[in-house]
Ligand binder design. Sequence first.
Ligand code: ADP
Ligand code: MG
Length: 247
Amino acid sequence: MPDAILSLSHITKQFGSLLASDDVTLDLRPGEIHALIGPNGAGKSTLIKQIAGEIKSDSGDIHFNGQQINELDAVARSRMGLARTFQVSSLMPEFSVLQNVMLARQSVSGKVFRFFRPVLGDKSLVEPAMAQLERVGLANRAQMRAADISHGERRQLEMAVALALEPKAFLLDEPMAGMGPEGSKRLTGFLDSLRAQAPILLVEHDMDAVFALADRISVLVYGRIIATGTVDEIRGNEDVKRAYLGE
Ligand code: ADP
Ligand code: MG
């Protein structure tokens, strides 16, 4: 798989007697949205956590951007450009929406570690940060405190912050969860535009979004990938219908 940005080969993870990842092999290629779907408890989040470096696999290899990253911790993986969004801890609640994005951009510039001495007077950061907010549909919230925006808006802001860090790949675990239909629709449009910038491994229960967005879909059931294919291939797959999609 020379052109994959991220690849997992033969990943296993056991919790006691439960095999949460059972010999999982999958990859993420440039420009694609690869959706990972499956019933609750299938092991989707466990897989995302192993990729992000939050939990250690029992066996198997993970390669990212040409490097084997098995032994790297979550911070090192995120520095390499592996973005895991929707961690509320990535936001600074007392700062404005705009300032949160400015701080993220500052850390990219390499001059300032974002949790110390934020230099918010740097006007050159305002314009690109506003552009980022416009992309995620949050420009009209720029001056509000991050603590005061809605749950759905906070997720949009986390996305803008992640974007500002210029990642090479995104890991998204149920980004639509808790969003209303309008928020989901907006996020779907945004993710569609995002894939050109960095490919996305997308765990999502909202099948309308998955079918609209995914270049490929992998179906995880009891820790095993039972099928990988295009939207049409997965919709027509009898094993998948039985295990997850229903008739
Ligand atoms: P999904 O995200 O597909 O709903 P998870 O990856 O969260 O599934 O969980 C897969 C299985 O592993 C579930 O049975 C869950 O209860 C179990 N599990 C997840 N994390 C742990 C843990 N830290 N310790 C023990 N069991 C866990
Ligand atoms: Mg989950």
